[in-house]
Design a protein around this ligand. Structure first.
Ligand code: SF4
Length: 171
């Protein structure tokens, strides 16, 4: 078992706020997978402050990607080919350099299982030209990519520039 970001110890896991330990979240409209938590981009409105992870700027893993996918597909509300999914949408960005390999691993794992669920991937970070290659090789999942562009130029609200998302979208 390996992770590209550091893996939390059992003791560190037990110290997390209760909601942060919820790796698969039922959100009425979908199931959301969040076993990587932490983001350096510093948006003032980041939802992770609502469950005690505001100061977590470095992404960390609560478990391996394989274990997280198992939790997801064993969730009582998961239906193969039907349940909409989201990945890394509440505590990190799926295209951060350290998080990207986990995004790839999770999506490839689901795709190898020939699952046709819809998966929403939302990023404000940089999508590289090479990302198109592995994304295009996913033949079963239905992926939607959304790029967060606010145009806010107040660094106290959004330190990370919006033009990155615009450039990603152009790719
Ligand atoms: S990019 Fe997303 S996870 Fe990162 S700080 Fe902004 S809102 Fe939070």
């Amino acid at each position: 078992m390996s992770t590209f970001v550091s893996l939390l110890s059992r003791e560190q896991l037990e110290r997390l706020p209760e909601r942060a330990r919820e790796v698969v979240e039922y959100r009425k409209s979908d199931l959301s997978l969040n076993h990587i938590q932490g983001c350096p981009l510093g948006c003032a409105y980041c939802i992770r402050h609502t469950y005690g992870l505001w100061d977590q700027h470095q992404p960390r893993a609560l478990m391996s990607d394989a274990d997280a996918v198992e939790q997801l597909i064993r969730h009582r509300y998961f239906q193969p080919h039907v349940t909409p999914l989201q990945i890394f949408n509440r505590a990190t960005d799926p295209f951060l350099p350290a998080v990207r390999p986990h995004t790839v691993a999770v999506l490839q794992d689901l795709d190898r299982r020939r699952l046709r669920n819809h998966v929403l991937v939302i990023t404000r970070h940089q999508m590289k030209l090479g990302d198109r290659d592995w994304l295009n090789q996913l033949t079963h999942l239905k992926i939607t990519l959304l790029f967060t562009y606010s145009g806010i130029d107040n660094k106290q609200i959004e330190p990370y520039p919006s033009h990155v998302a615009a450039e990603s979208l152009s790719r």
